[in-house]
Design a binder for this molecule. Sequence first.
Ligand SMILES: [Zn+2]
Length: 254
Amino acid sequence: MLDVTRAGHRLYPLLSGLMLVLVSWATCIATLAVPFTAAQGAATRVPILVYHTVDESGNTYSITPRQLNQQCRWLVEHGYTTITLQQFWRAARGLADLPPNPVILTDDDGDPSAMKFDRILGRYGLVGNYFVNNVSPLTQPQIRWLAQRGSVEAHTVSHVALSGLDYEDQVAEIAENRVYLEEITGKPVRFLAWPYGDVNESAIEAAEAAGMVAAFALGGTTAGVDVVDPYTVPRITIFVDDDLATYAAKVTGS
Ligand SMILES: [Zn+2]
C-alpha cells in the first residue's frame, strides 16, 4: 500500500520548485496578458500594411521598388510614423501612447527582396516588421539584420494553411518557427501572422500554447488598439495595382 505521508515528503521539494517556476512564469505572462485598453487621448487606430515581394514581376502581391519609394515618401510627407508590432502591443495594453499618425509596415514570407524592402524603408527613416517562415530563403545573417533594424516574427515553419492541420501539428508549426527565429535573432518572438490569413479556433489555441500574445490576419481594415481581438488583428494588403490614391485611402481608412 502506498505510504501517502512519505510520498508527500518526497514530492514536496519537487512541488515547491515547480510552484516557483510556475509563479515566475505566470508573472512574466501576466505582464504580457493585460487586457486591451487604449491610453486616453492617444491615436486608437493603426493601419497595418502587408507587403510580400519588391520586384518588377507584376505579380498581384508584389510592388516595384519605384512604388515602394513613392509610398514611403507619401508616408513621410503626410506625417506618418512607423511603429513596431511591440509598440502597437504596448499601446493596446494601455502601457504607452501611440505617436500621431502611426502606421505599421509588415513584410510576409521572408522573400529575399525583404532586404530591398528594408533598404528602401531605411532611406526614409522607416521601420519594417518581418513575418518569416523556416522555409524562407533568407540567410541567418539576413534574418538577424532585419531583427536589428525592425522586428522579426512568426509565420509558421512551412507556410501551411493551419485550419487543415490537427491541434498538435498547429502547435508544432508555430512553436518550431518561434524557436528557429529566436535562436537566430536572440530576441523573443511573440507575434504571428496567419499564413493566407487562414485561422480557426484550434489554431488560436495553438498560437496561445506556442507563446504568441497576438496574431495578425488580413481583413482590409485599420486595427483598433482599444477594441481588438488579439488573435485576429486585421491588416491591409498592398497590391501591385494600387496607385498612390488607393494607397492613401488604405492608410487613412477612408
Ligand atoms: Zn505568408
